[in-house]
Ligand binder design. Structure first.
Ligand code: NAD
Ligand code: ZN
Length: 256
């Protein structure tokens, strides 16, 4: 029989090395749509997937123009963390959070108060830019100002190369060492909570069976089923913010 919410709450309160794996679903309650949920960006507009593919991005300046224009009104610039992000901050405050592996690029975990050194951003961050040609990096906001000022395909100021958001697009490799860190944390966990992800994107989804095989309990919190539900100790098909708050119990964070 699958464990109930109350049982999972007991597991959370007695675990000492919790690893959370978060996906786009944890940020929908902050107003940032996911990709594959019922109201997801790709569910509504399959063409949008092209803007997230490095091959189209590098080959076609029209794709880059569209990507930059779409970035300007992104809700991610003003979104605020929600109860789900805050519950994870509380776990860290209590000394129970071993690592937070996130597929998200929105920076909301850090904005909520999770220490940056505990966050493993496997898919990068939308708050920085990267030059494809010389590897220079920098903050996103000044580049968005250039786009607002009329540069529809802004180039690297160092080398004139193609600029992109410092996020991992489809067809692009992950940053060296990131997956190794994520897998290391996963095998050291006593409890893995996978939250708000369809667990379809590899290699990061591999963290889930790796943690389980190394002896961690596995809890999945997600509205939709995932391929790993069958190996999970508990599957909670419930809203994320409310559920994580219940699992963590009293949240005692200073006002930020
Ligand atoms: P996904 O879009 O594939 O799936 C999100 C899952 O969360 C869905 O199954 C959906 O049903 C569930 N969900 C959404 N809101 C929920 C809620 N309030 N309560 C319970 N469940 C909820 O997510 P993914 O696999 O994490 O995303 C694919 C890739 O897209 C990621 O690798 C990530 O890099 C990127 N992405 C990031 C963001 C972000 O940073 N916020 C947003 C969209 C996509
Ligand atoms: Zn450059």
């Amino acid at each position: 029989m699958r464990a109930s919410l109350d049982t999972v709450r007991d597991w959370v309160s007695t675990s000492r090395r919790i690893v959370v794996l978060s996906g786009a679903g944890i940020s929908t309650e902050s107003g940032i749509p996911d990709f594959r949920g019922p109201n997801g960006l790709w569910t509504r507009d399959p063409d949008a997937e092209k803007l997230s593919d490095i091959r189209y991005y590098l080959a076609d300046s029209e794709v880059r123009r569209k990507a930059w224009l779409k970035r300007l009104p992104n809700p991610g610039w003003t979104a605020q963390p929600n109860a789900g992000h805050k519950a994870i901050v509380e776990l860290e405050r209590r000394g129970q959070l071993h690592a937070l592996i996130t597929q998200n690029i929105d920076g909301l975990h850090q904005k909520a108060g999770t220490s940056p050194e505990r966050v493993i951003e496997v898919h990068g961050t939308m708050h920085s830019v990267l030059c494809w040609d010389c590897g220079a990096t920098g903050p996103m906001l000044p580049v968005l100002e250039r786009v607002r000022g009329g540069e529809d395909d802004p180039q690297c100021t160092d080398c004139g190369g193609i600029l992109k958001s410092a996020t991992i697009l489809f067809g692009e490799g992950l940053k060296p060492g990131v997956m190794e860190r994520a897998l290391q944390a996963a095998v050291e966990a006593d409890l893995l909570i996978a939250v708000g992800s369809t667990l379809q994107v590899y290699p990061v989804a591999g963290v889930v069976p790796a943690a389980k095989a190394a002896g961690a309990r596995l809890v999945i919190v997600n509205a939709d089923p995932t391929q790993f539900d069958r190996i999970a100790d508990a599957v909670l098909h419930r809203p994320i913010g409310e559920t994580l708050s219940k699992l963590v119990g009293r949240i005692n964070l200073p006002e930020r």
